[in-house]
Structure formats: C-alpha cells, structure tokens
Design a binder for this molecule. Structure first.
Ligand SMILES: C[S@@+](CC[C@H](N)C(=O)[O-])C[C@H]1O[C@@H](n2cnc3c(N)ncnc32)[C@H](O)[C@@H]1O
Ligand SMILES: [Zn+2]
Length: 179
C-alpha cells in the first residue's frame, strides 16, 4: 500500500490548496471552481472523546471536528496532524456546509481563488466564546459554542448542519413549541 496512493487521513479535493489566509494562519482555498453540493473535503482521523480531546488540543492545537455530543475526529499524534488537517477557517459567511458528519460540501457555486470556510455553528456544541476575525459583512463578532441555537443561523445553514446538530435543532424547535 504505497504512501502515494493512500497519503492522508482526510480527503481534500485536488481543486483545493492550503496557503496563508487573511482570517488566520493557513487556510483552505479553491484552486478550481466548485459547483453547489460538490464535495470539497472529508475529515478523517481517530474517533476520540471530549476527555481525550483535551489532551490532543494541548499537544496538537485545534485539529478536531465534533461529530456528536462527546465524540470528535482528530489526529492524535504529531505525525498524523498534517494528514488530518483540513485548514478550513471559520467564516460567518461560510461557503462550505456539512453533509452527514464529516463531508464538507459547497453550499453555493465557488470560484477559484475563494477561501473555503465553514461556520463553526454547523459542527460545534460547546461552551467556548471567542472573537471572530472572519472580516465578512455578516460577522457576528463573538462566536460561541451555542451558536447552532440561533434561529437566523438555523435558517441560513438549513440542511448543512452536522447530523447530530440537525437532530438537536429538531428537538429544540419541538420543545420550544411546547413552552
Ligand atoms: C483548525 S484551525 C484552522 C487552520 C488554522 N488557520 C491554521 O493555520 O492551523 C482552527 C483555528 O484557526 C483559528 N481561526 C479560524 N477561523 C477563525 C476566525 N474566523 N476568527 C478567529 N480565529 C479563527 C482559531 O485559532 C482556530 O482555533
Ligand atoms: Zn465572523
């Protein structure tokens, strides 16, 4: 099994490239055009718990995506880091959404040269609060791990939330109706 044939834990479309981003550090960019719904990237790595994630973040930094209340996909060793990173930064005006739990698709047609971003609200249910540096006209300033609960974001990203958040949103709406 040659490394050239199976080089990475994650899959990045050959029409992507990683380079310096105006948002933060390195980002993922379109090197060719994408059409709406086209698969741009698929996250791979190890399935780990929140407790294990704490250790991983201390050693490797922010490298995970959340796939359930207490489950994440991430590299766990330094030698796995590069093979698992997608380098997708957060934007409040994201052009990628999630299908299932790990598949990143174009939410609209994307032109070569655009930075490929997802909104963390489509993957995260957490307790953080951080300042956003996306610079978009839609920027909400402060990002929190509970942004998936915001009605305007549920509307904007409808159909593009991670599976476990789609279920939460459905339950949330049902509960709110009974209150
Ligand atoms: C998985 S990394 C994305 C790749 C990262 N730019 C790099 O060079 O490694 C996620 C980290 O990027 C930074 N980041 C991404 N988007 C951001 C944003 N809109 N505002 C502030 N920081 C952001 C945060 O430090 C976050 O923890
Ligand atoms: Zn923003």
């Amino acid at each position: 099994m040659g490394e050239e044939l199976y080089p990475r834990l994650s899959w990045l479309s050959p029409k992507t490239e990683v380079r310096e981003s105006p948002i933060h550090g390195r980002g993922l960019f379109a090197a060719g055009d994408f059409t709406k719904e086209e698969i741009v990237a698929v996250k791979g790595g190890r399935i780990i718990t929140r407790e294990q994630l704490h250790d991983v973040n201390q050693r490797l930094g922010p490298v995970e995506i959340q796939i359930a209340d207490d489950l994440f996909i991430a590299p766990v060793a330094a030698e796995e880091r590069e093979a698992s990173m997608l380098y997708s930064n957060h934007s409040c005006n994201a052009n990628l959404g999630i299908r299932g739990n790990i598949i990143f698709v174009a939410m609209r047609d994307i032109a070569a040269g655009e930075e490929l971003t997802h909104d963390w609200c489509v993957t995260d249910d957490d307790s953080y609060s951080v300042q956003c540096r996306c610079g978009s006209a839609f920027c909400r300033g402060t990002l929190t791990g509970k942004d998936w609960q915001r009605p305007e974001l549920q509307e904007r990203y409808a159909g593009y939330f991670s599976w476990y958040l789609t279920n939460k949103i459905a339950n949330h709406v049902a509960t709110a109706r009974w209150e």
